[in-house]
Write a protein that binds this ligand. Structure first.
Ligand SMILES: C[S@@+](CC[C@H](N)C(=O)[O-])C[C@H]1O[C@@H](n2cnc3c(N)ncnc32)[C@H](O)[C@@H]1O
Length: 277
């Protein structure tokens, strides 16, 4: 599957932006609180500078590792060699997105977090350091990438991260059985239509009415856009929040009708929206 060109992405963004709301025109108290505490909070939390210093180190790390590339469609290619700095630049979420995740953890206070797609562990560190009392399960397919992430978790002395290495098809069922109930799920790996829907369906029985499920890169390809639309329409999803680069769904029961919000920051800036990793 081909990912979306810059022109297509810009068109999609303009369409999204035209329909998006800011904190000033949200009537739902739940969504208003999200906009206020997550989207609009400009504070620099204690953990940010340390993790961003790690990112800078990864950006200049010339060490080369063999990468098991699962790709969007899980095409396994064991021969790829990549410098850590290249992985840090291309696969790791930017600070805007990571800090948004950090504030989501502060806001929703999940006890059990699941991340599909650890990469070098930068987003995992943000998830973990927002609340040391939470338990973060993070899954990564490539053993060598996972080893770099492990080193990074050790550097920050994280004790609330459980790492599982192997294809999601193997690690996910086992982690779901261990965790039993999930409060917060971040799906950021294997960006294909079928796989995204499959992981969503697999996680659903382990969710409850306060679980938040976050999908990364919902506009990355036609397939991801289609998956996001189908997930929003799923009978269990009663509320969704589209932030363009990521989408959140909620399974709250007792709501009169399905609601879908597209949100932008009040003082919108392209560099704040995750356009530049
Ligand atoms: C976009 S990166 C994750 C980025 C990370 N969450 C962050 O924000 O820094 C996706 C990762 O998922 C892994 N991955 C993709 N498909 C996979 C699969 N089917 N099974 C296991 N890992 C997979 C890739 O190896 C890659 O490291």
């Amino acid at each position: 599957m081909k990912d979306t060109s810059n022109i297509q992405m810009a068109r999609r963004y303009l369409a999204f932006f035209a329909g998006a709301k800011t904190i000033y025109n949200i009537h739902s108290p739940f969504v208003y609180a999200f906009a206020e505490n997550v989207l609009e909070d400009q504070r620099q939390y204690y953990a940010f500078s340390g993790i961003e210093a790690l990112r800078q180190k990864l950006f200049v790390d010339k060490n080369v590792i063999s990468v098991t590339d699962f790709g969007a469609g899980s095409r396994v290619n064991n021969d790829k060699k990549r410098a850590i700095r290249d992985i840090a630049k291309s696969a790791v979420s930017g600070s805007w997105k990571c800090q948004l995740l950090f504030r989501m953890v502060l806001h929703f206070k999940p006890k059990t977090i699941l991340e599909l797609g650890t990469s070098l562990g930068v987003s995992t560190l943000y998830l973990s350091m927002a609340d040391g009392r939470s338990q973060v399960y993070t899954l990564e397919g490539c053993p060598n990438i996972s080893a770099v992430a492990k080193r990074n978790f050790g550097f920050f002395k994280r004790e609330n991260i459980i790492q599982k290495t192997g294809p999601f098809t193997k690690t996910l069922p086992a982690v779901l059985e261990t965790a039993k109930s999930l409060d917060f799920i971040f799906i950021d790996g294997h960006h294909s239509h079928a796989a995204t829907l499959q992981y969503f369906q697999q996680c659903l029985p382990y969710c409850h009415e306060d679980t938040v499920i976050i999908f990364d890169d919902i506009n990355w390809s036609d397939g991801m856009q289609q998956a996001w639309q189908e997930i929003q329409q799923h009978s269990k999803v009663t509320l969704s929040i589209d932030l363009f680069h990521m989408g959140l769904v909620f399974l709250k029961t007792g709501r009169q009708e399905k609601e879908a919000f597209a949100l932008v920051q009040r003082k919108w800036k392209p560099w704040n929206m995750g356009f530049f990793r």
